[in-house]
Design a binder for this molecule. Structure first.
Ligand SMILES: CC(C)(COP(=O)(O)OP(=O)(O)OC[C@H]1O[C@@H](n2cnc3c(N)ncnc32)[C@H](O)[C@@H]1OP(=O)(O)O)[C@@H](O)C(=O)NCCC(=O)NCCS
Length: 470
């Protein structure tokens, strides 16, 4: 992938082309190559004898470049991740989450003055609309907090009609101030919404945001304060969570970030787009993987069960959650940092026994041919779940601890999408393999098909069904 330092060289380079010969017609086509890709629209020149154009077929976007971006860089073979050119290791060591959020969204690290203003704006927006308190209190005690937060994010959209292009005009986000307002509100309110979801589930009154505390400290304060007049989270816990927030802030075109770009392309408001991205993140193959890792480790239960579990994975009866990545084909650089953080947390709160199972599982998998052949290494989620568990977060809160920081990455992509004139509404093509046109058949002339239409019945409906069937 081309990077800024190489851009000059690339522009001066002789134009490269790809020669394609269509065996159907014998015709040859010269397709320009730029930055190691060809434009799918250039394939439109290639047509069959009926005039149908050729297209590329790519389920899961395995080999498709979907946008030009300057936000983050991943070298999956060498385990490199950079935000705006800064190596993730340096940011984790020297920066903090709010500074990184600024970097991702505005492209440069803030000056002291910019940083102070930025933090103040975010902190102000930790105070959320009163209606959200009512909304969140209506969920059941056992509602998954991701479901609660996704619903709340889309509710925020209804509370700010002035920020909704459907109501206030398609161009409202062209105004940088309006855009900034949504950015401050989004980053500020997500911690409060998450803390409200948590407090509702544990049956406690919400805590109002604390203006003297930092971003992560305030989040922990809103979650954990009972009636102490000067509650402050332990600095090590706040620091570890802050680093985890840095590591989770951005990761180019993963499923949820692609979703935010996809939704933005339709012109929908940013809150609905973020709710959609959070919904994509909820899945166990993406942001829900940290939750899935923990459930997997708990199910394995002890080291002696690992060989059988590995066999099940190899026989495709189970998935080794926290392993494998679409882009990294070596050790995820974030996983290395997370593994070190786990020991800092254990020093403070005690070792979680699941770490022994995780270490053994990692060791066996890294030395097993199945995993080696497929370049499957631990990803960021492999050890985060163990840290969150050691810190006493309920398992179903884990995806939220991913979603909170990822909001800054989503917002950076939202801005980049809005500013790039090449972007259009997302509309892939399909490979239609269905019926040719056919005549509608009246219901009494239809033949029974093998469509499987059964769904499981609850014992309640079994009891009801025998009562209502005469
Ligand atoms: C992340 C993930 C979705 C990437 O998927 P992908 O790029 O589409 O890769 P594929 O699913 O095509 O995997 C390639 C091969 O490795 C296997 N594989 C990939 N991840 C695996 C895992 N975690 N456990 C077992 N096998 C795995 C696949 O079964 C496939 O095997 P095959 O060649 O015999 O069919 C996938 O690795 C996965 O599901 N991991 C577990 C969930 C997870 O930790 N997600 C968090 C990502 S940060």
């Amino acid at each position: 992938m081309i990077r800024i330092q190489q851009l000059g060289q690339q522009l001066n380079a002789t134009k490269s082309t790809l020669t394609i010969q269509d065996s159907r017609s014998g015709k040859k086509y010269e397709i320009p190559i730029s930055n190691n890709f060809i434009k799918a629209s250039d394939l439109e020149k290639i047509k069959d004898d009926k005039g149908s154009i050729i297209r590329s077929y790519d389920p899961g976007y395995m080999n498709t470049v979907n946008c030009t971006s300057k936000i983050s860089f991943i070298d999956g073979d060498n385990g490199i991740l950079e935000y705006r050119g800064y190596p993730i290791e340096q940011l984790a060591e020297k920066s903090n989450y709010l500074e990184v959020a600024f970097l991702l969204i505005y492209g440069e690290l803030p000056t002291q003055l910019q940083y102070d203003k930025w933090c103040k704006k975010i902190q102000t927006h930790t105070f959320v609309h009163q209606d959200l308190y009512g909304l969140l209190s209506q969920f059941r005690y056992d509602a998954h907090p991701m479901g609660m937060v996704i619903s709340s994010l889309s509710a925020v959209s209804t509370l700010h009609p002035e920020a909704n292009p459907a109501l206030s005009g398609q161009n409202i986000y062209a105004d940088q101030k309006s855009r900034n307002k949504q950015i401050h509100r989004m980053i500020g309110s997500i911690t409060t919404i998450t803390a409200l979801a948590y407090r509702n589930r544990i049956g406690r009154q919400p805590n109002q945001p604390h203006q003297q505390l930092g971003y992560v400290e305030n989040f922990l304060y809103m979650m954990d304060r009972l009636n102490e007049s000067s509650y402050k989270p332990h600095p090590t816990i706040a620091k570890v969570l802050d680093i985890l927030f840095i590591l989770h802030a951005e990761h180019e075109l993963n499923c949820s970030t692609s979703a935010v770009r996809h939704l933005t392309s339709s012109g929908v408001d940013i809150y609905t787009a973020i709710a959609g991205a959070a919904a994509a993140l909820y899945g166990p193959k993406h942001g829900g993987a940290n939750e899935a890792v923990l459930r997997m480790l708990e199910k394995i239960g002890s080291k002696q069960n690992i060989p059988q579990f590995i066999e099940n994975v190899k026989n495709k009866k189970a998935l080794l959650f926290g392993f494998g990545h679409r882009v990294y084909k070596s050790y995820d650089p974030r996983a290395k940092i997370v593994k070190q953080l786990a020991y800092q947390v254990f020093d403070l709160v005690g070792k979680d026994p699941l770490i022994e199972i995780a270490l053994e599982l990692e060791n066996i998998a890294l030395n097993d041919k199945y995993f080696k052949d497929r370049s499957l290494y631990p990803n960021v989620d492999f050890y985060t779940g163990i840290i969150y568990k050691a810190l006493g977060f309920p398992t179903d809160m884990f995806p939220l601890l991913f979603a909170i920081p990822r909001i800054s990455g989503w917002l950076a992509h939202w801005c980049e999408f809005l500013d790039d004139p090449e972007n259009k509404i997302v509309r892939p093509r399909q490979n239609y393999q269905g019926y040719q046109p056919r005549e509608y058949v009246p219901i009494d002339q239809r033949k029974e098909t093998d469509a499987y239409i059964h769904a499981p019945s609850t014992s309640f409906s079994t009891r009801r069904n025998v009562s209502v069937q005469k």
